[in-house]
Design a protein. Structure first.
Length: 200
């Protein structure tokens, strides 16, 4: 009788925990899909093709933005990567660190080793930029150029057009956790970072 009572008590204690063990995992996000120019794009598939498996789309993607001023649609994609340098040679993109470059040393091969984010949500965050080519723009199998921007401190991103050295450019406006705004823009040769209001 004692054995039956102990067995029944053990069974009662384990039943409430059974549903929690069988619930499906929600840690893997569904592939992000966006509608652009009348068609639907699987953003993760695009990233896999153009940048490789080291990148996971985690935020909002922006398409048909002319980042380099050539009149051809480009793409800006928010992603996460623990090792953005790994596929640089194989997938023909360039990893850049305009934030640290502004302060004197932006070699990502070095700065990525010492990158420290105070906000865990920002850890390993990168911006993927595709400079489009020809009539297909960012959809081209071989884009004009591809960049991975690392170590960019931001809480929110937005875009605006502004005149820089008598030339109209598209700026990525990055607002950090201290509500300080900075601009990331294509200089004609490289991506640069500058605090908003800094002299150009």
């Amino acid at each position: 009788m004692r054995f039956v009572s102990c067995f029944a008590l053990a069974l009662l204690l384990t039943v409430p925990f059974a549903p929690a063990q069988t619930q499906p995992s929600t840690s893997t996000p569904a592939p992000a899909q966006v509608a652009t120019s009348g068609d639907t794009v699987d953003v993760q598939e695009l990233v896999m093709k153009q940048f490789g498996p080291e990148f996971q789309v985690v935020g909002e993607s922006h398409f048909d933005i002319d980042m380099n001023g050539d009149g051809i649609p480009d793409a800006v994609i928010v992603a996460r990567s623990k090792d953005p340098l790994l596929g640089e040679g194989e997938f023909h993109y360039k990893v850049v660190d305009p934030y640290n470059d502004y302060f004197g040393y932006g070699n990502p091969h070095v700065t990525l080793q010492f990158a420290m984010q105070t906000d865990p949500a920002q850890e390993h965050m990168v911006l993927l930029i595709i400079h489009g080519a020809g009539a297909e723009g960012w959809r081209a199998a071989v884009p004009h150029a591809k960049f991975v921007i690392v170590n960019l401190p931001y809480k929110t991103l937005s875009f605006k057009r502004a005149t820089l050295k008598k030339k109209l450019v598209t700026m990525i406006v990055a607002e950090d956790v201290d509500e300080v705004e900075a601009a990331v823009y294509w200089s004609g040769k490289i991506y640069k970072w500058e605090p908003i209001g800094a002299s150009h």
